[in-house]
Ligand binder design. Structure first.
Ligand SMILES: [Zn+2]
Length: 404
């Protein structure tokens, strides 16, 4: 698409898939967490899930290696017993999933969900503590609270990722020491080992949080009853398009090269207070505005509030035609200001009350949306051939604004 004067390529792609533990594994093509190898981020055996010394990096799942597994799995298609055995050995789903047709990294783009992992652990810890009322349980809750704060931090710097990993490991060691039966080989506890890496990849863990997606899902769901349910996908797309466009405009993304309805355009043109109220008619008229200046430094030229015949005559003009004096003035202007020898071919003109334009220099905006109107007094440069050379700044009153 064209943005400004530049042709740019716009592409879309999958950023990340957020899903709770079992569904996330499905989407990554990995068996669910009760399988022998049921972690979608590494190849941990189910009995080593919470082994603190387990080497995450060494046993990590990597997309290109998993691709090789799947290729081999495919080759075993005719020998189901071998295929199932191989799938089991690496915790792979034999059936492809909906995302498999997309270009993506099934492991890094389906991160573990911090919210479900941590909330699950918290619930379990709370139950044990309430049941036993041990002092140990209370102390663990303090550690747990510190961890939760670290996991859901919005701002994270380099040190924080390292600290997060250390804090979570400390919590794991603690929990396993005090409640070995309840926490040994618990998938949620294992997930903590992957969180710092996910946080580093996506900035923080909130960005990859399933709870955010669940909120979006709720918003969409609440919209369905307002449609006729005939083509919900299309209605969603239309709605999303409208909302994103409004968001774009509110973020001041308005550009001269994008054609939009004149009313919306004036709404998002920038906020200002004015005693002048433009009628709808003026704004409709504005849509026909498509003037260019002989100088490329003046862009976005717009006029508003067309003068009627009475107003034209009140201001000392005969009508909507250039007279001899005006033609010679225009020729002089082209020559003097723009260095162009121009002949005036069309004599029909229109007068307006308001004029606005933007001044640029090499695509840099010098002054945006300058507004002038008939009757305004403006400063202009003095003419060089004038005797009074000292007087470089002159003032002029805008007598009329016309377009030819
Ligand atoms: Zn893992």
């Amino acid at each position: 698409m064209k943005i400004g004067e530049e042709e740019v390529w716009v592409t879309g792609g999958l950023g990340l898939t957020t899903a709770d533990l079992p569904q996330g594994n499905d989407l990554a093509g990995i068996l669910r967490q009760n399988a022998n190898y049921g972690c979608r981020t590494c190849e941990v055996f189910k009995e080593n899930l919470t082994e603190i010394d387990y080497d995450i990096k060494k046993h990590g799942r990597y997309h290109h290696l998993t691709d090789n597994y799947f290729d081999y799995l495919h080759q075993l298609h005719d020998i189901p017993s071998l295929q199932t055995a191989f799938a089991k050995e690496h915790g792979l789903c034999i059936k492809p999933n909906v995302l498999d047709q997309l270009f993506r990294d099934r492991h890094t783009q389906t991160p573990q969900d911090a919210f479900h992992a941590v909330a699950g652990l918290g619930g379990r810890l709370l139950n044990i503590t309430l049941e036993s009322f041990t002092r140990d349980g209370e102390a663990k809750f303090l550690t747990f609270a510190i961890c939760s704060k670290a996991v859901f931090a919005e701002l994270m710097a380099d040190n924080d990722y390292v600290r997060l990993d250390a804090t979570l490991q400390y919590l794991s060691i603690d929990l396993l020491k005090v409640f070995p039966e309840e926490f040994s080989n618990l998938p949620n506890l294992h997930v903590l080992r992957h969180l710092s890496e996910h946080a580093r990849r996506f900035g923080n863990l909130i960005n990859a949080s399933v709870s955010l997606k669940e909120m979006v899902h709720r918003i969409y769901k609440s919209y369905v009853p307002h449609t006729n349910k005939k083509n919900v996908e299309l209605d969603f797309i239309k709605r999303e398009n409208t909302l994103q466009s409004l968001r774009y405009l509110i973020d001041r993304g308005l550009h001269n090269h994008i054609q939009i309805n004149g009313k919306i355009k004036s709404l998002f043109d920038g906020w200002y207070l004015t005693s002048q109220v433009y009628s709808n008619e003026d704004i409709e008229e504005d849509q026909e505005n498509n003037f260019t200046s002989p100088s490329s430094n003046y862009i976005n030229i717009k006029v508003r509030s067309k003068w009627n015949k009475q107003k034209i005559q009140e201001n000392g003009f005969s009508g909507r035609k250039l007279d001899e004096n005006m033609v010679s003035d225009i020729s002089w202007t082209y020559d003097n200001y723009f260095g162009q020898q121009a002949a005036v071919a069309h004599y029909n003109i229109n007068f307006y009350q308001h004029l606005s334009f933007t001044i640029i220099d090499d695509d840099m905006i010098i002054e945006e949306n300058i507004k002038l109107q008939a009757g305004d007094v403006v400063e202009i440069e003095g003419k060089e051939d004038n005797d009074d050379i000292e007087n470089e700044k002159w003032f002029a009153r805008i007598q009329a604004i016309f377009v030819h």
